[in-house]
Design a binder for this molecule. Structure first.
Ligand SMILES: [Cu+2]
Length: 104
């Protein structure tokens, strides 16, 4: 079953009012892992994944709050809307896990 050629980034992007200091945190999907696997961020920051593998990957929040599906060599992002510990994983490769610590 071929993955569909689009990026699913539910929620966030449109309703985002940026604080001036918002950052973009970049995470590589590489060798069936996220690098870095653990990042720290603040509410309002963006997290951007780039898929450097030859397989499709996702970044899927365990909370189901968002789900970013990326074909090989593609990039996708979300914006962090609230503080907390976010665990996410790849739906295709459940051993791929990552964590985002979001501060106010
Ligand atoms: Cu994957």
């Amino acid at each position: 079953m071929a993955p569909k050629p689009y990026l699913v980034a539910t929620c966030v992007i449109a309703a985002f009012a940026a604080p001036a200091a918002a950052e973009t945190i970049r995470i590589e999907m590489q060798n069936l892992g996220y690098s870095p696997a653990t990042v720290s961020a603040h509410v309002g920051d963006a997290v951007e994944w780039t898929n450097g593998d030859f397989l499709a990957h996702t970044a899927t929040a365990r909370s189901k709050e968002w789900d970013v599906m990326l074909l090989p060599k593609k990039t996708g992002r979300i914006v962090l809307k609230r503080p907390g510990e976010i665990e996410y994983y790849c739906r295709f490769h459940p051993n791929m896990v990552g964590r985002i610590s979001v501060a106010e």
